[in-house]
Ligand binder design. Sequence first.
Ligand code: AMP
Ligand code: GLY
Length: 436
Amino acid sequence: MKVLILGAGCREHIIANRLAEDSEVYAIMNVLHPGISKISKEYLVVDYSEVGRIKEWIEKREFDVGFVSPDGLLAKGLSDLLKQAGVPIASPLKQAAKLEWHKGYARDLMKKNNIEGVPKYKAVFGIEEALGFIKENKEFVIKPFGLTGGKGVKVKGEHFHSEAEGLEYIKELIDEDEGALLEEKLEGPEFSLQGFSNGRELLFMPPVQDHKRAYEQDIGPNTGGMGSYSTGKLLPFMNEKDLEDGKGIMRKVMEVMRKENNPFVGILYGNFMVTKDGIKLIEFNARFGDPEAMNVLSLLGGSLSSIFLDMCREGELKGEFSEEASLVKYVVPEGYPVKGKKGEEIEIDEKGIKELGCDIYYGSVYSENGKVYTTPSRTAAVVGKGKDLYEVEKRVEKAISFVRGNLFHRKDIGTKELVEKKVEYVKRLKRNLKGF
Ligand code: AMP
Ligand code: GLY
């Protein structure tokens, strides 16, 4: 099979690797990605806004499947472009990806169709409306409607501390954006549930927990995700019902979209919170999570290319996941996420990492004259899997010592201490006790 992939980060690196197991990979990327370029049969390095050049390159070749990976490209309608160029696609069209690129759309769709798990919310377009919501919900969260790489959401008590401070941000969003989404503030640990969708049914992947905060003990600014782990069918702080409820919500959303003639074909990603009142939907993504893709794709048995093919032709989705634990830790440039240092040379001893049974995927880096340099975003991810999460964690830490540069990572992700803290957190929430 000939498979085309768009995107150039860690997530796309593992996708391309898995595709290359039984297919020819063709890649379109905005920078020369050191990993993807190595495994691709052919690639095009291009600014994604050069739609004409992209189309011309695609039309000169024939692909069995195309996959647009990053959210920004889905929101720009690159899947639509592929479709117009005659490529069967396993990623959502722009209108279906609206589930991610417009937070109000996803909320309204759920509410209108009585799908459970929606927090109290209001889309506001003026200050009066905002004041009305805040009066009823003293603890609230402010979200831009659009994509912000996980960094635009502000939570009261964490990112702003008074109503007045919150109103400043809401005003800014009303002035500069079209408005803002306000939500009640929920409490609880989060999990990511991803499913392959052919528009009709979902093949679920194991749940994963990401760590969005930049620093250890879950403090500091939000990031794209500093690392993630999975422990088989369930995460230690969830129960069967949490998982089944999450699956139910995702299935219903997919069904509604199909009925509305806006079928969702691609990776449907639900970000859920385990609260004292059951699970709530925090947001949907229309793509693999990054880092979560590296957890699930390390565990997937069988052919990713075949799943992609079945997704775009409404075929039966077949795939199994090993029930081992998996762990991903990102190394990021000093200063990330506020002002990550760019242009810093990094050195990676891939052999040393492999010898520990771990893998390395390149993120937002570029290569020049055979050397690899940082950009302000996440640099590389080290991935391990095995029977026991805590053993894997120790191995991944050792493997990270083979990545050299002006970088940092979170040492606490996947440790017993942090995992047990989350379990304790849910117990306390369910007993109605405050605090983490
Ligand atoms: P999002 O971009 O919607 O995933 O939000 C980023 C992060 O903000 C989430 O992962 C949560 O940690 C936090 N967050 C979002 N919505 C809420 C909410 N309603 N209550 C509490 N925290 C939230
Ligand atoms: N890891 C969070 C995301 O991909 O949005």
